[in-house]
Design a protein around this ligand. Structure first.
Ligand code: MN
Length: 378
């Protein structure tokens, strides 16, 4: 059969603490375990699909949090698929430092780790394929390490496995800059890339097909949309890989536009309607926008609970629904009118987004205070 059958994944971040994603600790703990479950499913898919090669494009684990017991657990999964060659190209979250478990641990014989910062080759003669890769040895790499590289005319399928930042030609990056032109010039048939957590294709020429696999399990609200793996056959002039969703849950952000006629019940109903059928086990962020009656701030803690999702957070970005024109025309002589006119005048001249936000808040906090309402600070 032509080419080689691959499963391309990466950016699993096993062992991640989820502290930075600001999820409640119980939710973070569950997500931490779910990363392992998803890793299990990936191994199962590799087995069921009888792939020849499992490509892991870096950030397999978090070297700061992963224990040797975790590495043993990873290695045991690879032991379950002895006939599949496993290739790992470490990234910035699992770099090959002096004490790295990539160097000190005894990995299964079917596992190949690209430990050197220099690009090197793993020849798989039975598939007429060469896998090229390198491993990160630091948290940042600014050198364009692929510059001038050419795999050579070896009549094999050439695959690149790399954790890197594909940027427009000439741009810099702290995460190993690679230009799309270098993927084609390198003579690669397929580039299995990691680092960008949203899976996408990088087509530069008809010859080299590049893919970012993305994180199979999304890690925070900046990682919306579907997450999965690439699976299929690649070879010389062949690229039949398909994206396959595999994530247990999705991060979903919904903006809800409100007006002063909305009651708390209506807000809750609107939130519930945004949850897709059988979709309550996802993670939701509801952003309330528009305006509400002054003093009718929604109880966000109640809404988070009442919507009944695996996880929901509610961000209240509404403004009190004051009729500013009416305040200015009716209250020209009064302090509310003068205050509103002054603040609106300053807002009109201000171009800096952050300063505008402060002025806007000052306007509404001031109006609340002048109306004798409870003032909720910033
Ligand atoms: Mn990553």
């Amino acid at each position: 059969m032509d080419g080689i059958k691959i499963l391309h994944t990466g950016d699993l971040h096993l062992g991640m603490s989820f502290a930075s994603s600001k999820l409640p600790s119980n939710v973070g703990r569950i997500r931490r375990q779910e990363l392992w479950e998803t890793f299990d499913r990936i191994i199962e898919r590799a087995e069921d699909e009888k792939v020849d090669l499992l490509l892991i494009a870096g950030d397999l684990f978090e070297y700061r949090y992963c224990t040797s017991a975790d590495i043993k657990r990873i290695n045991e999964k690879f032991a379950r698929i002895p006939r599949i060659r496993v290739c790992i190209a470490p990234g910035n979250h699992d770099p090959v430092l002096g004490d790295s478990l990539y160097s000190t641990f005894r990995w299964q014989p079917n596992v190949h780790i690209f430990r050197s910062r220099e690009i090197s080759a793993l020849r798989l003669d039975e598939y007429n394929t060469v896998v090229w890769g390198l491993g990160w040895d630091a948290g940042e790499i600014r050198d364009p390490l692929l510059e001038g590289f050419f795999a050579g005319d070896n009549h094999c399928t050439n695959i690149l496995l790399l954790h890197c930042d594909v940027v427009p030609k000439g741009s810099s990056s702290s995460y190993l800059p690679v230009y799309p032109e270098q993927l084609a010039a390198g003579g690669f048939d397929y580039a299995a890339l990691g680092h960008i957590h949203k899976g996408r294709e990088i087509e530069h020429s008809s010859k080299c097909h590049g893919r970012y696999c993305g994180s199979p399990e999304p890690l925070d609200f900046s990682e919306g949309g579907e997450h999965g793996i690439y699976i299929g056959r690649v070879g010389r002039n062949i690229c039949r890989v398909k994206f396959e969703p595999i994530a247990r849950r999705r991060f979903i952000t919904e903006s809800i536009s409100l007006d002063p006629s909305c009651t708390p019940d209506m807000i809750l109903r609107e939130m519930q309607q945004r949850i897709p059928p059988q979709g309550s086990d996802n993670l939701f962020r509801f952003i309330l926008e528009g305006s509400l009656d002054p003093g009718a701030e929604p109880d966000t803690v109640y809404l988070q609970q009442a919507v009944q999702a695996f996880h929901a957070e509610v961000i209240n970005s509404t403004l009190p629904g004051y009729d500013l024109d009416a305040i200015m025309s009716e209250g020209q002589e009064g302090i509310m009118g003068v205050f509103t006119e002054k603040l609106l005048g300053r807002l009109e001249k201000e171009t800096d987004g952050q300063k505008r936000a402060v002025l806007e808040r000052a306007l509404y906090i001031g109006l609340d205070a002048l109306n004798g309402r409870k003032v909720i600070g910033p």
